[in-house]
Design a protein around this ligand. Structure first.
Ligand code: AHR
Length: 664
């Protein structure tokens, strides 16, 4: 009995000690010159995975618009006499088109139906721009075609929501356009196009049938889904890393991302099977192809529009190493590497060259005569081993020789440590690359214990690009739940604190369609109509919005705040606003008092907190604001004594808090 009482008392005392840690007295060294925070911090990584581009950000509503999938009619339902042809095609790199002919009886129908990727999302009152290329191919000079947006699952007498008709004139290919206004909001509509001519000798050829919302991001015709692009822009990302990821490498080299296939008129951009259409994990999406509609021109423009530095990644002549046996010679022979190097050099010319250069002219013809001011180029994604080293060195030297001003991003492979990682870091140092891309998709334990990861990195040589990272939940559940994002926030204090080593960062994949994902966690989830910003999104946003200009020393008992009393913290000065910004992750489940010693000029403060009582809480499309940051001005006016002022506040248990201290 006595022993039980003593044990209980000891346990209580231990709990109390955790609940009431002594001495959370943080000191900001505001007079220190500070380490500049790079504007390339807190960026995003955009890969067409999870239907992020086609079926997502790229606003095209129709799948297989050019009839170029391996099965040319995949994604289309056909009825009546529909043929796939190539003869006399208008776009040589997308040679298939369809012919619709009289179905044999006046009441029968001939046409096509397309339901987009997961249905076509329509919003009531919104306008949709339909376009297609057509020519008559029967015995008549004109041919009537009807088009409709439909609700295939309605109980109404008619499935048609809105319809219209077009008169196709003559045997020469021409583009036809019209606008349809949706009378209702619908998650899963379908589009139909029919031969509607009463003359049995009429026939029509159709190619590149495309449907876009009229209201795209910044109004571009070949545009982006507005809500998704806006969510991206609202992050204020420092960089945009694109287009991958593994799709840069391809399952085989033929399937690699080739930027030249993604510029010029959209109708003539060849498609590519998306490497993520199949996945070892058992999620199969056989209709996942890359249309190239969101191509390199659009990526550069997006980066420019959202104020992010573009960081394109190019193939280094190696197919995905996870998917290929090295014995099968999956990589390009060394004597053919020049093709890949030339692609990279041409890309720099496309981005930065004068309009008089070959590729600068292509950029200008697409509508952007001014250069894109490309400063960074990544060579290879997650590569490793001797085959990579053999290719990387000549690649790097060729780019450096022609464009010494371009900063080169190398790689440390797919893992956060280990033999490949060490070997590649050594090689990257030997070659003196500018930045080394590190990837870590890791456990809660890793993120909890490694806010000091970069404290011991060498201060000279290549800088770190934390190019893909995310915290996986407990039990291997890769959810965007609150605790994972809190641990990411905590870890990121270490990215911030080591601003002299970590020059660039971008989170795990940005977008994921709730019905078509292959990879988790991700920043932003969506369906055909709605968008949800995850808890991790808000962490990235809090960092990007509070990036500041210089990192200042912030100490607890003379040491950086890396885990004492379950706190991880960092501090920046924002030279534009004059504010001091202190970020603190409290990983303890208990609330803690914190005191922060600040310079005498501090006059007030506001606080933003990200918190949930439930570590497993998640934002969802139905409840997108389950966990969101809350900002409040603090009722605190420091006494003016000329001595440093001390702010005292309470950190909620399991919370990420950003304090902004104002200058009078
Ligand atoms: O982010 C998804 C994949 O993870 C990327 O394509 C690849 O770089 C990494 O392995």
């Amino acid at each position: 009995m006595r022993r039980a009482a003593i044990t209980a008392a000891l346990l209580l005392a231990a709990a109390f000690a955790w609940a009431q840690p002594k001495g959370n007295y943080l000191v900001v060294e505001a007079d220190a010159p500070g380490i500049p925070v790079q504007p390339t911090m807190y960026g995003v990584f955009l890969e067409d995975i999870n239907f992020a581009a086609d079926g997502g950000l790229y606003a095209e509503k129709l799948i297989n618009r050019s009839f170029e999938f391996d099965n040319p009619l995949q994604g289309w339902k056909t009825f009546g006499k529909v043929e796939v042809l190539t003869e006399g095609a208008p776009f040589e790199r997308n040679p298939h088109y369809v012919r619709l002919r009289y179905p044999g009886h006046p009441v029968r129908l001939c046409g096509l139906e397309n339901s987009g990727w997961f249905g076509i999302g329509l919003e009531e009152g919104a306008q949709y721009r339909l376009s297609f290329w057509a020519r008559t191919s029967g015995k008549t000079a004109t041919c009537r075609v009807s088009v409709a947006l439909c609700n295939p699952s309605t109980w109404n007498e008619s499935q048609i929501l809105v319809k219209d008709a077009v008169e196709v004139k003559g045997g020469k290919w021409a583009k036809y356009e019209l606008v349809l206004t949706a009378p209702a909001t619908l998650q899963k509509a379908a589009f139909r196009i029919l031969l509607a001519d009463e003359n049995p000798s009429a026939a029509v050829d159709l190619e590149h049938i495309s449907l876009f919302p009229a209201d795209t991001f910044r109004g571009d015709e070949n545009g982006l889904r507005k809500d998704l692009a806006q969510a991206l822009a609202d992050l204020h990302p420092g960089i945009l890393r694109f287009p991958g990821g593994c799709i840069v490498e391809g399952t085989d080299l033929e399937n690699r991302y080739q930027w030249k296939n993604t510029v010029g008129p959209v109708e003539n951009r060849p498609i590519n099977l998306n490497r993520w259409s199949y996945d070892q994990g058992g999620r199969l999406y056989p209709d996942y192809y890359q249309s190239g509609g969101l191509g390199f021109y659009e990526y550069f423009r997006l980066a420019e529009e959202i104020g992010a530095q573009p960081v394109p990644i190019v193939s280094c002549g190696m197919a995905c190493q996870f998917e290929n046996d090295p014995e099968s010679n999956p990589d390009c022979p060394l004597d053919e590497l020049q093709t890949y190097i030339d692609d990279a050099l041409d890309l720099i010319e496309f981005a930065n060259g004068s309009v008089k250069t070959k590729w600068g002219k292509v950029r200008a013809q697409m509508g952007h005569p001014a250069p894109f001011n490309l400063q960074y180029l990544g060579i290879g994604n997650e590569q490793w081993g001797p085959a990579f080293k053999e290719r990387f060195e000549p690649f790097l030297k060729a780019v450096r020789a022609k464009y010494p001003e371009i900063k080169i991003v190398g790689t440390s492979g797919p893992y956060l440590g280990g033999e490949w990682f060490q070997d590649l870091w050594q090689e990257m140092r030997r070659l003196d690359v500018d930045l080394v891309d590190e990837h870590y998709y890791s456990s809660e334990r890793f993120f909890e214990g490694n806010a000091n990861r970069y404290d011991s990195y060498p201060r000279t040589g290549p800088k770190v690009f934390a190019g893909e990272y995310a915290c996986h939940g407990s039990d291997g559940k890769k959810l965007n739940h609150f605790n994972a994002s809190l641990l990411e926030a905590s870890f990121m204090t270490g990215l911030e604190r080591n601003a002299d080593v970590v020059y660039m960062s971008s989170y795990a994949p940005t977008f994921a369609h709730v019905e078509g994902w292959q990879w988790r966690p991700d920043l932003i989830w969506f369906d055909n109509l709605r968008v949800m910003r995850s808890c991790s999104y808000y962490v990235q946003q809090l960092y990007a919005h509070n990036r500041g200009s210089r990192v200042l020393p912030l100490t607890l008992d003379g040491k950086p705040v890396t885990g004492q009393n379950s706190l991880n913290a960092s501090c920046v000065a924002d030279d534009e606003s004059g504010h001091l910004i202190v970020k603190i992750a409290n990983l303890s489940p208990y609330s803690q008092e914190v005191s922060i010693e600040l310079p005498a000029w501090v006059s007030g403060a506001c606080r933003t907190e990200l918190h949930s009582d439930n570590p497993m809480a998640e934002n969802t499309l139905d409840a997108p604001e389950t966990v969101v940051p809350v900002t409040e001005a603090l009722d605190w006016t420091p006494a003016k004594t000329g001595a440093p002022v001390v702010f005292t506040g309470r950190l909620t248990g399991r919370s990420f808090t950003v304090y902004r201290f104002h200058r009078e």
